[in-house]
Design a protein around this ligand. Structure first.
Ligand code: C2E
Ligand code: MG
Ligand code: MG
Length: 624
């Protein structure tokens, strides 16, 4: 069997012609006539062989002998037609002229397209076969076009599908970015609000409740300032992870930015179910966080509002959870608060307070009170601390506790702090020229005064205007100021220190700083916090802490002053431990300038002439 040039299925350039005849001479004769058509001619000698060849090849036309032993041409044709692949392949029957009439009837009924009679006339054979060859080539051409078209369509739609998929992906990415916090990957405020609204709109709240929770980390700012932002970010991530572990499936927990997180708990049976979950949150944060090998403790303040009691829409529920959170924070943190109606009143009061404070300075409502500080060994006055008071119309005299945080939050502390410093210096100068020549005046400086204005320049200006000597002035700063990105703070402190002004660290022992850390700052004195002094005589731990602070401060060349000395026992204990100075109700509370002046004039221990006299007699005694 000769092999055709091309396999079936694909478009072919040359056509295959199958010649089926049991007579070898006839086969050769037909094949040689057809050679002139320049196609592939395959010859087989039986119907069976023909069927076999049809499995492998596609034919343009089949020339089929009718009279064959075994399976004759008609039987073969029937089988050819029954196969899907050759169902439409043209068949030309080859038969003797003498059988023409009967064979043609049978042949057409079997799907023959034409007949050729023996003896064969070459021209007729060629003419008939070439019709089908041409047909075959046209079909092939059509097929190629179709294939090409199909490929084109496939290519175009392929590119389009890829583009669409890419766009969908990009859109999904954008959606994700727009709805998630980039640091923790948690949902952000936008997504949180969307989900909350969605849930509330479902309205399937028969006897069920929903809780909205607002979290704010306590003292995170200090840690962030101390460790740097990178470590702060790391810490926030860990906090997010721990919080995530506490929510049930279906609940949403989000980061709103900074150290604020929020969650809502869906499908709460009763408000009583919320508290245990909240405690779980607080508990989850309780174990220390390790960042850069340091351990940190983080706690949170949590505010809760409940649907439907505290609001039926997302905005109200969130606002009230926020108010409740603020309350929890005010109560010292690491706690939670459910929203109550009266909290809103507090929020309103705060707004009023802020407005009133904005006018207080120009309306001259601030005053300073002065609390004396004593030398514990010598038993006489060494200076004063100026403490701010607000004579609020209709309210009486307010202590800093009630308003200083608002001054700080609003930035009003900057002009007010400047006023404090100026007024204290003026007062110092007034007393210096009348009753007390060599006392020191100390004033509190808030962290924000370091951040937001040129503090050294302000002080220089005040010094010049009041003629106070640097050595007479002491500034009290808190540990948190020192914990801030220390380089700029060190610079500011050094610049001020160069004017002869001294620095005291206020409320020492309550922050994070260690004594060795303080070494790099120009600090002259540590003010031991009241909290330690309070129980100094009955709590051995506090006594030990105070003793340690005093010893270490002295070894670093610093002095110590104890705050909040209220009893004789405390005074004596501090004296016995070598604490340099003391301040507290035991000696005197803070008083107005007038009251202080009359005290200075009448009470011997406040009086410098008395002090000088006593010192003289002491030294005389020593000499004898
Ligand atoms: P501080 O600087 O630690 O001031 C000491 C506070 O302890 C004062 O409270 C003082 O009245 C109070 N105190 C004094 N002796 C005793 C005592 O024996 N027992 C008790 N329990 N308390 C005593 P005050 O005047 O209410 O001031 C509170 C805080 O407000 C101050 O704490 C200070 O941090 C801040 N502050 C006051 N004036 C200013 C100011 O002008 N500027 C700034 N930035 N902060 C100020
Ligand atoms: Mg102070
Ligand atoms: Mg203090």
């Amino acid at each position: 069997m000769d092999m055709p040039g091309q396999a079936k299925g694909k478009a072919q350039t040359t056509a295959n012609i199958l010649v089926v005849d049991d007579n070898a001479n006839k086969r050769t004769a037909i094949a040689s006539v057809l050679e002139g058509l320049q196609q592939n001619i395959i010859t087989v000698d039986s119907g069976r062989e023909a069927l076999r060849s049809l499995l492998d090849h596609e034919y343009a036309v089949i020339l089929l002998d009718v009279q064959m032993p075994g399976m004759d041409g008609f039987e073969t044709a029937e089988l050819i037609r029954s196969r899907a692949l050759s169902e439409y392949t043209p068949i030309i029957f080859v038969t003797a002229y003498t059988h023409a009439e009967t064979d043609m009837l049978r042949g057409y009924s079997l799907g023959a397209v034409d007949f050729i009679f023996t003896p064969i006339i070459p021209e007729i054979l060629q003419a008939k076969v070439s019709v089908f060859i041409e047909l075959f080539h046209k079909t092939q051409l059509l097929k190629r076009h179709e294939e090409h078209l199909e490929a084109l369509v496939e290519q175009r739609t392929g590119a389009l599908t890829a583009e669409i998929a890419e766009r969908i992906q990009a859109q999904e990415r954008l959606q994700h970015i727009a709805h998630h916090d980039s640091l923790t990957g948690m949902p952000n405020r936008i997504l949180f609000v969307e989900r909350l609204k969605q849930i509330l709109s479902r309205g399937r709240w028969h006897n069920r409740s929903l809780a909205v929770l607002f979290f704010d980390l306590d003292r995170f700012k200090i840690i962030n300032d101390t460790l740097g932002h990178e470590a702060g970010d790391h810490l926030l991530k860990m906090v997010g992870e721990r919080l995530l572990l506490c929510v049930r499936e279906g609940d949403t927990i989000a980061r709103f930015g900074g150290d604020e997180f929020a969650a809502f708990l869906d499908d709460i049976a009763s408000p009583d179910d919320v508290a245990p979950i909240i405690r779980e949150f607080l508990h989850a944060l309780a174990s220390p966080f390790v960042v850069d090998g340091h351990e940190f403790f983080i706690s949170a303040s949590i505010g809760i509002s409940l649907y439907p009691n505290d609001g039926t829409d997302a905005k109200t529920l969130m606002k009230n959870a926020d108010i409740a959170m603020y309350r929890a924070k005010q109560q010292g943190g690491n706690s939670y608060q459910f929203y109550r109606m009266d909290m809103n009143i507090h929020a309103l009061q705060r707004l009023e307070l802020e407005t009133a404070l904005r006018h207080a300075l120009e309306r001259k409502e601030f005053v300073l009170h002065y609390q004396p500080q004593f030398d514990l060994e010598k038993g006489h006055i060494v200076g004063f601390e100026a403490l701010l008071r607000w004579q609020r119309p209709g309210w009486g005299l307010l202590l800093p506790m009630e308003f200083i945080s608002v001054l700080e939050e609003t930035g009003l502390i900057i002009p007010v702090g400047e006023w404090v410093l100026y007024t204290a210096c003026i007062q110092h100068q007034a007393w210096r020229t009348t009753v007390l020549p060599s006392l020191r005046m100390s004033a509190n400086i808030s962290g924000r005064q370091f951040d937001e204005n040129d503090l050294p320049e302000t002080i220089r200006r005040i010094k010049k205007a009041t003629h106070i000597e640097g050595i007479s002035l002491e500034l009290e700063i808190t540990e948190s100021v020192l914990m801030k990105s220390s380089q700029p703070v060190i610079g500011i402190l050094q610049e001020i220190s160069a004017m002869g002004i001294r620095f005291a660290v206020d409320d020492f022992g309550t922050g994070y700083s260690s004594l060795s850390y303080l070494k790099r700052f120009p600090i002259n004195i540590l003010k031991i916090d009241q909290a330690f002094v309070q129980d100094i005589t009955n709590n051995p731990d506090d006594a030990a802490i105070v003793r340690a602070i005093i010893t270490m401060a002295h070894s670093l060349g610093m002095k110590t002053i104890a705050e909040g000395v209220e009893t004789r026992e405390q005074f004596e204990f501090l004296q016995s431990q070598g604490c340099d100075f003391g301040q507290g109700y035991y000696f005197s509370p803070a008083r107005s300038a007038e009251e202080m002046r009359s005290l200075l004039e009448t009470n011997p221990i406040f009086n410098e002439r008395y002090i000088t006299a006593r010192e003289n007699s002491l030294s005389k005694k020593l000499h004898h």
